[in-house]
Design a protein. Structure first.
Length: 310
């Protein structure tokens, strides 16, 4: 029986994924038929982007798994028609891109680079920045991306505290968990990096109360999810100077509307959701490996915990 893989995403995604996906499947030794349309009852795997037209999974009675193209699964994990395994994307290319973006912006804030790059006004600003070991960094979220970014920052000499909902033990990091751990993690965050998934528990995690726990003059870097932060509370903290700067790559509405106050705020840097993205070549290898595993009867990689939401 032919193994059919449905690529359920926008046409522009198919144009970028068709060649690398077919190549990766061939290299993995998996003989499948990859299509963009098929009768639902003949589909064995669904390679999926949450903005696909496929929203009702009930007709896909033969399907063994949905393989998400994105790292975030908040737009699919709660779909009541999805009863089969869901795998999120954990991609080396995406991880490397996130490490580079986070490291670059943490170093930018640590070194005070904006003061010189934007201060070409004839004033000689001779203040030297502190060394990395004198700047405390907190990473909220210790999944694949959070761990990778935190470990890179440790290698650069920063004292790094990581926080997650459940306790973890990661070499080189001070790992905290739970509500008490969150407060402690925030109180030591000279630079705060947000890499949490979006769930009911993490939405507005940074609000007026938790922002007030940050050290005076803290800096925020958010490449995670926009709704992790209460926008109004952040603007208030920025206006008062309690938060010195926020570099934001993700927002509640994207593209960020031109009239949004983040654009004009002198203490906000807006980047257009470019911190990292799934790379077709490396993502195709992850998808091919999961299909190989499914056909071999082996456990799928990167399965989503439906109760946790990620």
């Amino acid at each position: 029986m032919t193994v059919n893989v449905l690529f359920a995403a926008r046409p522009d995604h198919w144009r970028t994924y068709e060649t690398p996906l077919k190549r990766a499947l061939a290299e993995a030794g998996v003989d499948v038929n990859v299509v963009t349309e098929a009768p639902p009852d003949q589909v064995d795997y669904i390679v999926y982007a949450p903005n696909s037209e496929v929203q009702d999974f009930t007709p896909y009675t033969r399907a063994k798994a949905v393989l998400n193209l994105w790292a975030g699964v908040e737009n699919i994990v709660g779909n009541p028609t999805l009863k089969i395994p869901l795998a999120r994307m954990v991609d080396h290319g995406l991880t490397q891109g996130m490490v580079e973006w986070v490291t670059g912006h943490v170093l930018r804030h640590h070194l005070g680079m904006d003061r010189h790059i934007l201060g070409q006004d004839g004033e000689w600003r001779a203040e030297a920045p502190p060394l990395a070991h004198q700047r405390r960094v907190t990473v909220l979220g210790l999944g694949a991306l959070g761990q990778a970014c935190a470990q890179m920052l440790v290698q650069l000499g920063f004292p790094v505290t990581g926080w997650s909902r459940r306790p973890k033990d990661i070499a080189g990091l001070t790992c905290l968990a739970g509500d008490d751990g969150l407060e402690a993690a925030l109180r030591t965050a000279d630079i705060l990096v947000l890499l949490l998934p979006l769930t009911d528990e993490t939405e507005n995690l940074l609000d007026a109360r938790t922002l007030a726990l940050l050290p005076e003059g803290a800096m925020i870097v958010n490449p995670g999810r926009g709704p992790l932060i209460d926008d109004d509370a952040l603007i208030d903290a920025l206006d008062r100077g309690h938060v010195a700067h926020a570099t934001l790559d993700v927002f509640r509405q994207e593209p960020l509307p031109p009239e949004h106050p983040f654009w004009a705020h002198p203490r906000v840097t807006v980047t257009p959701h470019i911190a990292s993205e799934t790379r077709p070549d490396t993502a195709a290898q992850v998808i091919a490996e999961n299909i190989r595993r499914g056909e071999a009867g082996e456990p799928f990689l990167h399965l989503v915990d439906r109760e946790s939401g990620y």
